[in-house]
Design a protein around this ligand. Structure first.
Ligand code: FES
Length: 145
């Protein structure tokens, strides 16, 4: 049994402790906002927060998360950031956007007015096949939190 704290709620899972969090979220907990892109740590679509830090759910075993606090897109509380995303109409197909938002939320929680280089560094691991990068940057710059 593995106990996980997800979005403030405690879950006990009867699953292989090596199971990646992404599979547990989507298949066992019904939290499908976190997306499967590459499954290999390359695209950022599966980004969640672990104790406030961005982390790739496809590469993180559930066992390694015991005693830690996980936040997924369903639990993201930063309404100001979501508002900025809406104002700038960031998503196109939308598939990568949960991961984009989670990486951006981790950034603005530390640097509410990030520099271009801080944005580059924080968002470099999140790929968008629609090329929404300009709107992502604008939404982060326009963050009112
Ligand atoms: Fe995890 Fe691509 S699905 S980084």
């Amino acid at each position: 049994m593995t106990s996980l704290k997800i979005n403030g709620r405690l879950f006990t899972l009867d699953a292989d402790p090596k199971m990646p969090l992404l599979w547990a979220l989507r298949d066992l907990m019904g939290l499908t906002g976190t997306k499967y892109g590459c499954g290999a740590g390359l695209c950022g679509a599966c980004t969640v927060h672990v104790d406030g830090e961005p982390m790739r759910a496809c590469l993180t075993s559930i066992k390694s998360l015991e005693g830690k606090s996980v936040t997924t897109i369903e639990g993201l509380a930063d309404e100001q950031l979501k508002d900025s995303w809406r104002r700038h109409k960031v998503p196109q197909c939308g598939f990568c956007q949960a991961g984009q938002l989670m990486s951006a939320a981790a950034l603005v929680s530390k640097h509410p007015r990030p520099s271009d280089s801080q944005i580059d560094e924080a968002m470099a691991g999140n790929i968008c096949r629609c090329g929404t990068y300009t709107r992502i940057r604008a939404a982060i710059k326009d963050y009112q939190g």
